[in-house]
Ligand binder design. Structure first.
Ligand code: AMP
Ligand code: MG
Length: 328
């Protein structure tokens, strides 16, 4: 509701012929990149600086997609998948670092997060409602093991222990892209920004002098939310079984794969992680989705600076201990 002061300001602006005073300096754009929806909203006193920052963010998203997409044959990631079983492949420092972090998350989560899930992942086609049968799944699972990915720090190369190993960064690359873009806007002197890539968001500063409001979607009801989080200077990632899925005989096949079975992880409906940066929250949201309530919350409670909100199979909410207070 408008306060008297705001009404007076609007009136003043109308009198002065300033039509859109409320939006001055704020810029917003949405585009489909990386197979997902990118949203950018940011503020700078100078409109041109704000607009240029948005252009730079979208360009960065496209650059990362070109390098890391598993669907583009010319991407650096596709090159690695084609050649790393035959010989060590020299890769960019950026991809090297992201692979390194991915392997660290694998060790931290005892393999729940594993970029080699791709050996089975490529047998699924969610749009065409295709999933591997039990035999094909078992065969592919034999190639899932993050220890099959070898990084050579000195040479800057990656190699695979055997052929049949494939990697996919879908569980971490969007968070990485969001972090890179936050660095880009900050370097341009922007103090308030929200950058979202699909389920991964990071905010810097405030919005209109208040925290940003980020809703957690109800996994089973479109346009409904289960919680609203007021946030400043943090990242939030949600992994949900409603993003890419199909149903067959009342079983939901979706895009988050339990590396031990090669099948979709089915204990939870969604996992939201809040933390300092999006690479971490992205990897952890996928990880906790696979781990489930008990192991997932135990992991989050062991880590500093991160919190979690889980929606289980029955739609019930579970909070990490740092958020228990809010739920009471
Ligand atoms: P997110 O929406 O961030 O949870 O990411 C889901 C994406 O992560 C999937 O589309 C896959 O590309 C990838 N993914 C699925 N299962 C795993 C897993 N167990 N470990 C790592 N990445 C995974
Ligand atoms: Mg994730």
């Amino acid at each position: 509701m408008y306060s008297y002061l705001q009404q007076a300001l609007v009136l003043l602006c109308l009198m002065l012929g300033i039509s859109d005073f409320a939006a001055a300096g704020w810029q917003r754009d949405e585009q489909d990149i990386m197979g997902t929806r990118i949203t950018v909203e940011l503020y700078h006193d100078d409109d041109a600086t704000a607009r240029q920052a948005i252009v730079a963010v979208m360009a960065e998203m496209r650059r990362i997609d070109e390098a890391m997409s598993p669907y583009k044959p010319e991407s650096e990631l596709s090159l690695v998948n084609r050649e790393a079983a035959d010989h060590p492949v020299k890769i960019s420092p950026e991809l090297f670092q992201l692979l390194k972090r991915s392997l660290e998350f694998s060790a931290l989560t005892h393999g729940a997060f594993d970029i080699t899930f791709a050996s089975v992942g490529f047998l699924y086609d969610y749009r065409a409602a295709v999933h591997p049968d039990a035999k094909a799944r078992a065969e592919a699972v034999a190639f899932i093991n993050y220890r099959n990915v070898h990084l050579d720090d000195a040479a800057g190369t990656v190699s695979f222990a055997k052929s049949g190993v494939k990697i996919d960064l879908g569980g971490i690359a969007k968070g990485h892209a969001v972090d890179r873009c936050i660095d880009i806007v900050r370097a341009r002197g922007i103090g308030s920004a929200l950058i979202t890539a699909g389920g991964d968001t990071r905010v810097t500063g405030e919005r209109w002098g208040r925290p940003w409001q980020i809703g957690i979607r109800d996994p089973r009801k479109r346009d409904a939310i289960v919680a609203m989080l007021p946030l400043e200077n943090v990242a939030v990632s949600t992994s949900g079984d409603y993003e890419r899925f199909f149903e067959e005989d009342h079983v939901r096949y979706h895009h988050i794969i339990d590396p031990t079975t090669g099948d979709s992880a089915r204990e939870l409906q969604s996992v939201t992680i809040i933390g300092p940066e999006a690479t971490t929250t992205d990897a952890l949201s996928t990880s906790v989705f696979v781990l489930g309530v008990k192991e997932g919350l135990a992991l989050i409670d062991r880590l500093p600076d991160v919190d979690a909100i889980l929606v289980d199979g029955k739609g019930r909410l579970h909070y990490s201990s740092g958020l228990q207070r809010l739920s009471d």
